[in-house]
Design a protein around this ligand. Sequence first.
Ligand code: WT7
Length: 705
Amino acid sequence: MSERRADAKEAPEESRLSEAEIAVHWKEEAIYHPPPKFVGQANLTDPAIMERFSEEHFPECFREYADLLTWDRYWTTTLDTSHAPFWKWFVGGRLNASFNCVDRHLEAHRNKAALIFVPEPEEEPTQFITYQELWVRVNEMAALLRDGCGLRSGDRVTIHMPMTAELPITMLACARLGVIHSVVFGGFSGEACGARIVDSGSRILVTMDGYYRSGKLLDHKANADIAVRKAAEEGVTVEKVLVWRRFRDRPASTTPMVEGRDFVVDDLLKQYRGHRVDPVSMPAEAPLFLMYTSGSTGKPKGCQHSTGGYLAYVAGTTRLIQDLHPTDVYWCMADIGWITGHSYIVYGPLALAATSVLYEGVPTYPDAGRPWRIAERLGVNIFHTSPTAIRALRKLGPDEPKKYRYAFKCMTTVGEPIEPEAWRWYYETVGRREAAITDTWWQTETGGFLCSTKPALDPMKPGSAGPPMPGIYPIVFDEEGKEVPQGAGRAGNICIRNPWPGIFQTIWGDPERFVRTYYGKYNRNRSSTDWHDWPYFAGDGALWAADGYLRILGRVDDVINVAGHRLGTKEIESACLTVPEVAEAAVVPIVDAERGRVPEVYVALKPGIAPDPAIAERVSRAIETVIGKIARPRAVRIVPDMPKTRSGKIMRRVLASISNRMDYGDITTLANPEVVEQIRLQVQGSGPVEARAGPEDIRRFGQEH
Ligand code: WT7
């Protein structure tokens, strides 16, 4: 270790890692060519697409996506940059998202399943919702929201629901009215939901009484009560809580309904039977929804997505990358409560008149054959999921796919880097070498895919997301803003040089944070209205190979990617501080074979308080209460003090190295270097320091940027 430390001292702070060290994590992989049968039927087989979407044709190239939609009024300006970096797409155009996802398909596809809802209990019947039925239900729900709740375009509604058909029905009902929906992942706690109600200023909360998860019926209504209470504490009154019933004939929760505030949706809808609500024609740049995501401060950011640009981008990318045709049965095994579900379960597939499968429960319930049984039964031919799900299914049922007769033509992954080993199982065992696989890199903020192979055109390279999408022009910068060229063998910060229609419009209520977080680092002229001056900073480290493929190395900020979902360390830390005995908290990611990363917590107690396992237990519970089970830490470690810089900053990078048994580098400049060895002994036990290289994102973790 001492040798490494000596090296490190000479290197400048940001480039402490040698070039060779970066990206040794996975070796370059052999490539795989797309299966000929897939190529024969693919939407995108013309390599000229890259030329059509080249910079020379920007921004007009994106007409190709927008023309997939039905516009009430065609736009006049494709891209307006006059308020950079608040880009406006398809200005002058008007459309309605609900009309585009439902009404316009009735003539050709009235009787086709739009949504197939698969309940977790296997004995419960699958629900097939045709486009006709979806249209009826969306209209009735829109009537309730408009006439029963007084909602108008521009109002916000928070939706805290599990994966059932009523969730997209509620979203589309909002979209029909131009009401901005803010869906909160069902697994988030009531408090987390309450905080999002407050930030978005919603006076209506839509929820469901219960749902199944791993064989248990969970009481979800209880979370609504907590959410409303939390919102009230912060000055926002929720006037009505609309509670969908999980079962037609009985409640799924014993939590009492609050008189005058809580209403059973199924009861209210009786009044609106047969009601029709004209879709409200919205300007292309009117917000369609908010989706909260974690950043490097404690407060989640409400990413605001547009109607026209967003819908055009998800329709276009679903068609090209998921290769969706109206005849396909498509299953994105993700949760609608995250951006993946918004873009690639609801809006993209429905805009293209596809059949989209929704599954309520966990992939491995009751066993690791469940997804393959569902695929066999429903004739799913396009499958989309996360590396975390793939790792879990592979671990529990490596040979399960062989037992079922389904045929996937293409498969995609999203959310985290996929290990070549897991990729190969996905390709060989799940896909039987007959499906094209795409690894799609993107973010909540970006609305849709930014990097992916084009499934019939580009070879697949396990572990690499692939080349940029058509019309996306990335650049990798070093810390000083110098370009790291393709093939340099060095990693840097990936940015996108240009705006694209799917990019979010702003952070709800905080435009300054929007500009600072995403453009502050590399913009050199704040008053420029030329998009070339505003590279979008994605917050990921990346390595751009000479062949044009990008390998995404993970977050460069204090964000932990747990099972493909972002958790801010500051959010978890502030949850820890709600335990009165805790003086300081630091959260770090540790590498987990299944979930990618999981949080581990370090806490220092207030003076005079003795370490006690009961305190650690309370910290863990506080995290579940404030955020949700998804953030539950692997361990809570009570330490005598935090390693700190002389200016008092907690060195999370050092703690992350200890937790991951990596060399922690130079600590001589710390205010209290002696505490590091104490913590190391406590976590790792006695024995020499291991100098094992770890993944890039953990080595960078907690560094100042
Ligand atoms: C972060 C965004 C995109 C929808 C799901 C997550 C990581 C995402 C990949 C990929 C490597 C990936 C990045 C990104 N990520 N896709 N294919 N390969 N990393 O959305 O919660 O906004 O998280 O997920 O670190 O910044 P999100």
